[in-house]
Design a protein around this ligand. Structure first.
Ligand code: ADP
Ligand code: MG
Length: 216
């Protein structure tokens, strides 16, 4: 589904952050990305999410070269992706329902379908009874699950998560990772960055390790 070919990324302020990264993620695969802080995990995810452009190298999404595509085409590819961040980036002035509905509204889904889709996503993360709550009134684990519901509500084919358990205690972290495993089992391809090696080793999935900008 995703192929990176000799990807390099240089930030003017930081020098070369990724050098010659080659990676293939097959349709339906789930894979963890680990490595110490500053090793380039977030940068690699941003390149795959078409948020950052690589300095050199090529990125393919389903055999199509998407390395230097224009804005209009980027939003087309984004529709097939769901993004989860450590700080979940929920809007605190809107309730849970509205937070999850937002990507559907942005992507032009039929308004008639929105409540059903939002509730299906909430059901998957076990938060059906929280749709009217404001994010700020939820626990950290619940907020993260809202962020995940928002990432999967439009049924992306590829789920990218950057340190999704970074702020959670160990038991909750395992629950959240298990949610990704569950989505993967119903066919969603997933790439999850986490520096928590102990946690990701429990899931029996491929683990990629970034060190000094290179995949070990
Ligand atoms: P990780 O997610 O593994 O901690 P990052 O991809 O966030 O690593 O960062 C890798 C390196 O790139 C770090 O040295 C960081 O300071 C630098 N970096 C990340 N984003 C930027 C940016 N937008 N501009 C300049 N340097 C950056
Ligand atoms: Mg990071």
């Amino acid at each position: 589904m995703i192929r990176l070919q000799n990807i390099c990324k240089r930030y003017p302020e930081s020098g070369e952050v990724l050098s010659q990264v080659n990676l293939q993620l097959d349709d339906g695969e789930m894979c963890f990305l680990t490595g110490p802080s500053g090793s380039g995990k977030s940068t690699l995810l941003k390149i795959i999410a078409l948020i950052e452009q690589p300095t050199r190298g090529k990125l393919y999404f389903e055999q199509k070269n998407v390395t230097a595509i224009n804005k209009a085409r980027i939003s087309n590819f984004r529709k097939q992706m769901g993004l989860v961040f450590q700080d979940h980036r929920l809007l605190n002035d809107r309730n849970v329902f509205e937070n999850i509905a937002l990507p559907l509204r942005i992507n032009g889904f039929n308004p008639k379908d929105i409540p059903r889709r939002v509730r299906a996503a909430l059901d998957k993360v076990g938060l059906l009874n929280k749709e009217k709550a404001k994010p700020i009134s939820l626990s950290g684990g619940e907020q993260q699950r809202v962020g995940i519901a928002r990432a999967i509500v439009h049924r992306p084919r590829l789920l990218l998560a950057d340190e999704p358990t970074g702020n959670l205690d160990p038991a909750l972290s395992e629950d959240i990772m298990q949610l990704f495993v569950d989505f993967n089992q119903v066919g969603v391809t997933a790439l999850i960055a986490s520096h928590n090696v102990n946690l990701i080793q429990r899931f029996n999935k491929r683990i990629l390790t970034l060190d000094n900008g290179q995949l070990a």
